[in-house]
Ligand binder design. Structure first.
Ligand code: NAD
Length: 257
C-alpha cells in the first residue's frame, strides 16, 4: 500500500494533504518529529472519519530525542492525539541510538507502539543494533528507487525478517538540484514502459516498488498526484519489464545523507 509522507508544508497544507490521501484510499501515513507536522496528521485522521484501526501511522524519533526517548514517545502520542503508534523508527544513526531502541522496545511491551524499526541504517549500523535488539526491526526505511535498489541490503535485512521501506521512492524533490524525480521520470526505459501500460512514469515506478516487495511512501501535496499515485492496483508489470527496471540500478543516491 502506498503511503503519504509529509515534509516542509504549513500545518494546514499537511493536514489537507493527509486528509485528501485518506479520502483517496491511502491508509499508511509517514511522519516524524522533525517534520513538525504530527499534530496536523492527528487532526487529519480525526477529520477523515476513517476508523483508527484501518490507518497505519509511522513516526520517527529524531536524533536529539534519543537520550530522552521514553518521554519523547509520550510527547509523540500527545501530538498525534493517538493511543498508539503503529510503527516507530529511529530516524538516523546517532549517539544514544541503542538506548532509544531499548525505549522503543519498552513502549511495545506497554502497548504504546505496535512495531519498531530503523531509518537510514545500512548493514554496519544495522548489525551494531542487532547486538542489543530483542525485537528485530519490522522495517528499515532507506532511500530506494530504480537507480538505488538496495538489492544486497535487502538480502541482508531479510535475514532478520526486516522489510525495506522506500523513501524518495520517486527519486525525491529537485530542491537545490539534488532530487532525482525528474531524472527518473525522463529515464527512457521508464518512459517507454509507461507508454506501453498507458500509465505515468510515477505509477510505473510505484508499481515496480510494490512488485519488488518494497513499501513505498511517495510524498505530494498536489491532489491530482496523490490520486494518481494510488492508481497502481489495476495492472501488473511483466517479468520482462521488471527486469528492465532492475537493470537501471546504479547504486545512485540522490540525497546527501
Ligand atoms: P518522492 O520521491 O516521494 O517524491 C518526489 C517529488 O515528486 C515530490 O516532492 C512531489 O513533488 C513529486 N511527485 C509526487 N508524485 C508525483 C506525480 N505523480 N507526478 C509528478 N510529480 C510527483 O520524495 P519525497 O516526497 O521527498 O519523499 C517521500 C517521503 O519519504 C517523505 O514525505 C518522507 O515521509 C519520507 N522521507 C524519509 C526520509 C528519511 O530520512 N527517513 C528522508 C526523506 C523522505
Amino acid at each position: 500500500m502506498p503511503s503519504r509522507g509529509r515534509f516542509r508544508l504549513t500545518p494546514e497544507q499537511a493536514e489537507n494533504s493527509v486528509y485528501n490521501a485518506l479520502k483517496d484510499g491511502y491508509r499508511l501515513i509517514d511522519t516524524a518529529h522533525i517534520y513538525g507536522n504530527e499534530e496536523a496528521v492527528g487532526k487529519a485522521i480525526k477529520r477523515s472519519g476513517v476508523p483508527r484501526e484501518e490507518i497505519f501511522v509511522t513516526t520517527k524519533l529524531w536524533t536529539e530525542d534519543f537520550s530522552n526517548a521514553e518521554e519523547e514517545i509520550n510527547n509523540m502520542l500527545k501530538r498525534l492525539d493517538l493511543e498508539y503508534i503503529d510503527l516507530l523508527l529511529l530516524h538516523h544513526p546517532a549517539d544514544h541510538d541503542k538506548e532509544a531502541y531499548k525505549a522503543m522496545e519498552k513502549a511495545v511491551k506497554e502497548g504504546k507502539v505496535k512495531s519498531i524499526g530503523l531509518s537510514n541504517y545500512y548493514e554496519k549500523e544495522f548489525a551494531e543494533m542487532m547486538k542489543i535488539a530483542t525485537i528485530p526491526p519490522a522495517v528499515v526505511q532507506n532511500e530506494t528507487h530504480p537507480y538505488n535498489q538496495q538489492k544486497t541490503e535487502k538480502v541482508y535485512f531479510d535475514k532478520y525478517g526486516t522489510v525495506l521501506e522506500s523513501w524518495y521512492p520517486l527519486g525525491g524533490r529537485n530542491r537545490y538540484g539534488r532530487g532525482g524525480k525528474d531524472t527518473l521520470f525522463n529515464d527512457s526505459t521508464i518512459v517507454s514502459i509507461a507508454k506501453k501500460y498507458n500509465k505515468t512514469p510515477a505509477q510505473i515506478i510505484l508499481r515496480w516498488h510494490l512488485q519488488d516487495g518494497n513499501i513505498a511512501i511517495p510524498g505530494s501535496s498536489n491532489p491530482a498526484h496523490i490520486k494518481e499515485n494510488i492508481e497502481i492496483f489495476d495492472f501488473n508489470l511483466s517479468n520482462e519489464d521488471m527486469k528492465k527496471i532492475e537493470a537501471l540500478d546504479k547504486k545512485q543516491r540522490f540525497s546527501t545523507f
